[in-house]
Design a protein. Structure first.
Length: 494
């Protein structure tokens, strides 16, 4: 019992530090930090209806917490979800390490019973302790819930060497919940299905996962149709892609039809990224269209223009996607997409409050919605913020490590087996690694780069590295019965 406890002692230290700093954060900032999307999430929760531009899985969580009428309870729940995300990372890596060290094929590792717990605890540090992860949990935003749901779906798919049908169903349901929380999760069911196939789960498990994913999505779309008259997940599905193409779109190359020329992007402030300017500033063409971004005409024109721009300038589109994906790995954060947006992801020194926020918050918590800075706790949070941040380059190292860590296992028992690391990586690290990379590429391909989009990729990169590092297990050969080995062989006469 004592040895078992000591193997988990490193993680106990990490989780204690993670809980401690989150308690200090809630004491110093008892209300959430607001973002531009926050009022819509809150209004959807108060009225229990689908949001017009974003799926409402997060709003459903807010609705469940609404009887407490407390934003402090809300941020506490979100911090608890962040801690549970770290616990999932630990469990997945520790189970893989325990299986490796317990295997008779890896005798040189057998005496290192402490290694799975120590390595798993180390890989939870980028998830539990950096200040920007904690700040994201403290925002009235969907990201922390989305990350947990998607990681839980990946955990269900990886829980057994060959997933059973009920684990596949669980993975599909959790993936659907993640996609209904943030639409970025919608394509990731494909990654889960590919992983189930590679892990030889069988067609029944794959079909069960696909059905379990599809049913909640279709149900939500019927709910959305009942509210807005459209069988969709959002009214403005094409405007985000239009914002992406505004980065490079050149109407002299695209040559749009006359009715479409109104969508040619403009930008009067060079400090603001082109996608942000095309969506939210006075330069936005949506300002001249009825219904703004919510109107049918806006969505139709935006979709047509975006597709024309990609067809006419495919090389420029590819360059933008690659450039914005690589932004995630920069050492320091910069003023992007605006000089003020990136600062919203840090704990503030003072208080700020707008009338729009006040009106939305009053329906949920009449007393606690305003951003408050409580000393001396807030001072401790700000000091922590100055010293405990994770550069984006660390995420790049995690991803490279998760891709390369299986290579040393190409040599086993004195023989070279080139396909062994491929099989090991494909049946383990591939799913979390592919999910992590997809979470970086999808926003860069469909919307714009934002530092908020980088953080959900971190837990998956940590899991991928942990699964790749531990040796692959070999199927044990069945020994012949002892009686058969000892019995003398009889000669057979011709």
């Amino acid at each position: 019992m004592r040895v078992r406890f000591l193997t988990h002692l490193p993680f106990a230290c990490v989780i204690a530090a993670a809980i401690w700093i989150r308690v200090i954060v809630v004491l110093g900032y008892p209300a959430p930090m607001w973002f531009g999307d926050s009022p819509e999430y809150l209004e959807s929760a108060v009225e229990l209806r689908p949001g017009p531009t974003r799926p409402s899985g997060y709003s459903f969580l807010l609705w469940l917490i609404k009887p407490f009428h407390s934003f402090t309870v809300m941020v506490s729940v979100q911090h608890a979800i962040g801690v549970l995300t770290g616990v999932l990372v630990y469990v997945l890596v520790w189970r893989a390490g325990r299986a490796a060290t317990a295997s008779g094929e890896t005798g040189r590792w057998a005496w290192r019973a402490w290694l799975p717990g120590a390595l798993a605890a180390l890989l939870t540090v980028p998830v539990l302790l950096p200040v920007h992860q904690i700040a994201l949990e403290h925002m009235l935003m969907s990201d922390s819930l989305f990350t947990f749901l998607l990681l839980a779906a990946v955990a269900a798919a990886l829980w057994r060497r060959r997933a059973t049908w009920w684990l596949a169903v669980l993975a599909g349901v959790l993936a659907a919940a993640a996609a209904l929380t943030r639409s970025t999760g919608l394509p990731l069911i494909a990654v889960i299905l590919v992983a189930l196939l590679v892990r030889r789960a069988g067609w029944r498990a794959c079909a069960a996962a696909a059905v379990a994913f599809t049913l909640p999505m279709v149900g939500y779309m019927f709910w959305f149709k009942a509210e807005y008259g459209q069988f969709a997940m959002a009214k403005a599905g094409s405007i985000w892609l239009y914002g992406r193409t505004a980065t490079f779109a050149d109407c002299r190359v695209i040559e749009p039809r006359p009715e479409l020329r109104v969508m040619c992007p403009e930008r009067s402030d060079p400090r603001i990224s082109r996608p942000f300017a095309a969506m939210w500033t006075p330069d936005s063409p949506f300002r001249d269209l009825p219904g703004w971004i919510y109107g049918d005409q806006a969505n139709e024109l935006a979709g047509e223009f975006a597709l024309d721009a990609i067809k006419a300038q495919p090389v420029d589109y590819t360059k933008v996607v690659v450039r914005d994906t690589l932004r995630a790995f920069e050492w320091n954060r910069g003023p992007y997409p605006t000089p003020w947006t990136w600062l919203q992801y840090e704990f503030p020194e003072g208080e700020a409050w707008s009338d729009k926020q006040a009106l939305a918050a009053e329906k949920y918590d009449a007393d606690g919605g305003e951003t408050r800075v409580v000393r001396p706790w807030a001072g401790q949070v700000l000091a922590y913020q100055d010293h405990v941040a994770m550069p984006g380059t660390v995420l790049g190292v995690l991803l490279l490590g998760g891709l390369a860590a299986a290579l040393p296992y190409a040599r086993s028992r004195g023989r070279w087996e080139p396909l062994r690391p491929v099989r090991h990586w494909g049946t383990g690290a591939m799913l979390p690694w592919g999910t992590s990379l997809a979470l970086l590429v999808i926003p860069a391909a469909t919307a714009d780069f934002d530092y908020r989009y980088v953080l959900p990729a971190v837990p998956f990169a940590c899991v991928a590295l942990g699964l790749a590092l531990f040796p692959p297990s070999r199927p044990r050969k069945e020994a012949a019965p002892e009686d058969d080995r000892k019995a003398p062989r009889k000669k057979v006469s011709a």
